[in-house]
Ligand binder design. Sequence first.
Ligand code: 6R9
Length: 645
Amino acid sequence: MSDSVFPVPAEVAARAHVDNAKYLEMYERSVEDPDGFWGEHGKRVDWIKPYSKVKNTSYDYHNVSIKWFEDGTLNVAANCVDRHLEKRGDQPAIIWEGDDPGEHKVITYNELSREVNRFANVLHGQGVKKGDRVTIYMPMIPEAAYAMLACARIGAVHSIVFGGFSPDSLAQRIDGCKSDCIVTADEGLRGGRKVPLKANVDRAAEKAPVKSVIVVRRTGGDISMQDGRDVWYHEEAARVSDQCEPVEMNAEDPLFILYTSGSTGQPKGVLHTTGGYLVYASMTHEYVFDYHEGDVYWCTADVGWVTGHSYIVYGPLANGATTLMFEGVPTYPGPGRFWEVCDKHNVNIFYTAPTAIRALMGAGDDHVTKTSRKSLRLLGSVGEPINPEAWTWYHNVVGEGRCPIVDTWWQTETGGILITPLPGATALKPGSATRPFFGVQPAIVDAEGKFQEGATEGNLVIKDSWPGQMRTVYGDHERFVQTYFATYKGLYFTGDGCRRDDDGYYWITGRVDDVINVSGHRMGTAEVESALVAHPKVSEAAVVGYPHDIKGQGIYAYVTLMEGEEPTDELKKELVRHVRAEIGPIASPDLIQFSPGLPKTRSGKIMRRILRKIAEDSFDNLGDTSTLADPAVVDDLIDNRQNRG
Ligand code: 6R9
């Protein structure tokens, strides 16, 4: 926590879309008259048939239903591409920077139009129709964006699976949305290393069969193609036209599904729809990043996460922006890469995650200061709480004190940014996401759901709907209701803890459920546990998060072995490999403690509170352990703890 306040610099306020007075006025209207406010701002996108209704939403536990602009029709690809052609056909839409610093490509809006239409025709050729689900398992190459927009153009629903997920995780997600078509590449390239995407698809398809696999050639690596199922994208694309009419979609037709981890069971298919999502993504992109015509904007996320959906592709392209897409990693070939890319492409707005900032901070200032960065005007942060030290380094060293930082809080479920500074309006406090965006009504409740007023701390809820909100869990509306609307009836529960200070600023403190945030990636502890117990030598496992200098949170696994198994270092390594294979590298346990027993209540429930404390290396005050079936277990856990720092 930090007491410093950074007022809005005069030159930032002068050029910004809104200053503080305007923010307050717009915010008040947005919550007092949502129909009027969003009815007006909904017009920022092009509608085929204009809407006559704006907001029709209910958070009533017995009848959760969210609809925005429900009688309007539009096409997202037409909004992100076609409508810009007349005015800015020759302007770069996407600047692609390859993993190898010698490789980059500029794609104008005219080119984007031809590529998207071609991709749409290839999908058609594979039998994909409106409403069908298409799984996209791609590296960060322009074809990933083409594929997304091509789906949107023909009304297919994409489900992107991050390229770091294992074949099993991919199969689970293909099966979850019953998709018949996969778009992938031969291999990905990250930090000089190849990622065997097509080989992973082949293994996934053994468990979750599909009718067609469209393969984009990226590395030219050796892969196998299955006759009758697999096609090369470049061969199909050569046969089709670069014209394809956009399909007229209802505002509430699905746009995409994105799987995300929750506190229990399997990942949930978060469903976003067409109209409200696009309005919200484009409006937040313009106001939060204070985007102006001609700006070069770079979000370093992967399109496999929601940040890539809303703030690499849909928001910026809907606004006719130039969006930079980066294939690589922050530290390759060296820790100066981000800033070198900023100089190379004259980036004005730069949006990344705290975990990257901390890693680069550790590599030393020289890698930053040897670059110019004079084009940078605004910095952004997303994915996890940013600690004031990292904030201050980002502000002073990267931004040379001249660039405001927007610390943007939101979730896969929210579709776009909900709590954030606006650069021309909001004085900054390092570590605080500050104030709500237009139309967003945050509140803090205690464990019983009682509203807490003024400066306080508790659980973060949102009182009413905004256009970018998810509509349901794909195929399981009841799960949607139970996950988000059952804890506090009538309110959307975020799963995050939060503090509000005397100025009404919000400070997100992290998850209050069994979700951990590892390098900005959400991970359900239950998912890691079930991967561990799937190993033949493991009898039981409990997973918790613990503070990690770079990742924010690390994964700490307590593992009880089967009778007679030896607790060796070799076995620890084997378990890490096993979890990577089951879920993917992002789920690798950082620390494994072999424990003959876990602390359980007499009814057999694992007391995670105790495990969390021990993992944090702060076990002086473990609270009440008298309800434990065998209190001696705790001493053994403390004696053999793995995090002594
Ligand atoms: C966009 C995204 C959502 C969870 C969210 C919260 C954490 C995201 C944050 C932040 C503090 C921020 N989170 N942004 N915590 N400050 N600026 O990250 O979506 O992957 O679904 O994660 O991430 O805990 O609940 P998602």
